[in-house]
Design a protein. Sequence first.
Length: 178
Amino acid sequence: MKKLCIYFTIILLMSNTSIFSQYKKYEVKVVLDSVKSVKGTLQKVSAEGIAIEDIRGNYYIFKAKNIVKVKVRNKGLTVIEGLGTGAGIGAAAGIAIFFSGDGLHNSFDSFGDKLVGTILLTGVGALGGTLGGLVGEALNTKLILNINSDPQKFKKEYIKLEKYSKSYYLDKPNDIKK
């Protein structure tokens, strides 16, 4: 059991150190009135509309009259990523118990007990990861603008988006807080 705790601690520490090495980036999701939503990096913003580059490198320009909602968040843990990570860690712990032969064989004598233990740990890990993902998603959300295809409302609100755009970082490098 000590070995399992040590391995679990090492995995958690390794996953957290990679988070600190990332510089701050933002993901923008634009909900439109006529086409599907687009996620990507906010390139430019003006009173007339916004420009987004998606993960495939496609460049989109949207007019204010077509924008229903804009959501800005830090790139980070999502619910699905949390679910997958938690289930993976739980499954790894369960498999370690399943194949262990020292110390734990008294607690899990039969194949069925080991299988149930593996399934339970996978489920607990998935639940914990999902909760972590929910918290991460809530903490990472920076701004939500409900425009509702109103160009006048967008003109009033677009300034809030500027600090999340790539052009802001390029035009004002000394204003960026590290």
